[in-house]
Design a binder for this molecule. Sequence first.
Ligand SMILES: Nc1nc2c(c(=O)[nH]1)N[C@H]1C(S)=C(S)[C@@H](COP(=O)(O)O)O[C@H]1N2
Ligand SMILES: [Mo]
Length: 311
Amino acid sequence: MLIRVRRFAHPIAPSEITPQSLYQARRDFLRAAGFAGIGLALPAWGVDKLAGVQKSSYSTSETPTPLINIASYNNYYEFGTRKDSPSENSGQFKTRPWTLRIEGLCAKPRSFAIEDLLKLAPLEERIYRMRCVEGWSMVIPWNGYPLATLLKQVEPLAGAKYVEFTTVADRATMPGLSFPVLDWPYTEGLRIDEAMHPLTLLTLGLYGEELLAQNGAPVRVVVPWKYGFKSAKSLVRIRLVDKQPATTWTKADPEAYGFYSNVNPEVDHPRWSQANERRLGEFLKRKTLMFNGYADQVAQLYAGMDLRKYF
Ligand SMILES: Nc1nc2c(c(=O)[nH]1)N[C@H]1C(S)=C(S)[C@@H](COP(=O)(O)O)O[C@H]1N2
Ligand SMILES: [Mo]
């Protein structure tokens, strides 16, 4: 199979692409092209390598999806609604300076500079299965540490029952914000025990390098047993709250997108089945697994709950 690398003139076979070679090739290409006429600026792709990333027993042993797919087939509506919009339209997006504010029901609310987040805890490689509600999936080697590590810094109070995530909405650099597709800024939420679960990752990198803009740079959350839209990108605020927060996709279509949105092959979307998925790079569909294959780790969070009602 041949795939096209964004607007590059030449098709490249996926087998020829390794993460390292992709970055190098892109840098070389951009340099040779003098950045002219190709519609993107270097910073979005010229990212730094992360030091001292440790392997994790939470990783799947499945083969990671090639970086070219992870970096060019994205949902990030602030940059546009096509799969290639985020990689095409994020060239002006700035990830420095960046602060993440943590506030609400906690003893020590504070703001973290991105430089401090990168140093707060050892970075792990977490190779996670990711499942989009649209029916495609990938295996992504994320880099980060448990969100719990960060939340403990602010000392959540007993009344904190939920966590609300707010993501950046910068009209100057995110062209999709000019269209009222969603109620900006994009917000998401988790129950506090979901947010504190060791699988829930504060994510700062991908394939051993800092996150690309299209994947949610400079910092996002990743919740691998839920549909992808729960994994909010480019976080600017986390708030500890006592009530279930309103979330963007639930506001947009409450019949289709519930607050929990756990991957569940038995609960269909109103317009399509969720029983199967297409792994990017594979031809045949595979069966979608309960909780995206993480049932052993997370099923007890929902013991006694009707998962059709709390979808
Ligand atoms: N701020 C923001 N976060 C977002 C989205 C978005 O449009 N805006 N899309 C979500 C959806 S639908 C998916 S499937 C994942 C995709 O993450 P990826 O592009 O890194 O694979 O990001 C999620 N996070
Ligand atoms: Mo998604």
